[in-house]
Design a protein around this ligand. Structure first.
Ligand SMILES: Nc1ncnc2c1ncn2[C@@H]1O[C@H](COP(=O)(O)OP(=O)(O)O)[C@@H](O)[C@H]1O
Length: 139
């Protein structure tokens, strides 16, 4: 039987990496951090000057992961989710945490005031409630 594939998603700082690694440790499933994967393979498509971060090349990420996902038993950690094929996952967990806790965590991580303001603004909240959160250029 093929082992399940799990997606852990949610805004940066909610605890995906912490949970994903712990889960992998306890279950023996493989943990994949898409941010790290992109960095290792330079799976980027330009640079977002506004938020000073590389823009993920989603198609190349999907190509890179396809075989591994077919095998099964993978925990995928990423803050975006709209570009993953639905067929990959048996279950999806969207993690959340209190906004004040999140703000402090991201401040400690070195997020700029501009980026934090964008993430926590009402306009932006409305935007990401309609679309799968968050836009891939924000991490
Ligand atoms: N359940 C938790 N309780 C308290 N702190 C947590 C918890 N999960 C994560 N953290 C802390 O929050 C911060 C962000 O966690 P991380 O797993 O890197 O989030 P993400 O991968 O979603 O960006 C880290 O400092 C981590 O130690």
């Amino acid at each position: 039987m093929r082992l399940p594939n799990i997606l852990l998603t949610g805004t940066p700082g909610v605890g995906k990496t912490t949970l994903g690694k712990e889960l992998a440790l306890r279950t023996g499933l493989k943990y994949v951090n898409v941010g790290d994967l992109a960095q290792e393979g330079q799976l980027y498509d330009g640079f977002d000057e506004e938020y000073k971060c590389p823009i993920l090349d989603e198609d190349r990420v999907v190509d890179e992961l396809e075989n591994k996902m077919k095998e099964g038993g993978v925990i995928v950690d990423y803050h975006g989710c709209d570009f993953f094929p639905e067929r990959w996952f048996h279950i999806v967990f969207v993690l959340q945490t209190d906004n004040s806790v999140l703000y402090t965590r991201l401040e400690k991580r070195g997020y700029s005031v501009k980026k934090l303001q964008a993430m926590f603004s009402v306009k932006f909240s409305k935007f990401f409630m309609k679309k799968p959160w968050p836009p891939t250029s924000l991490k």
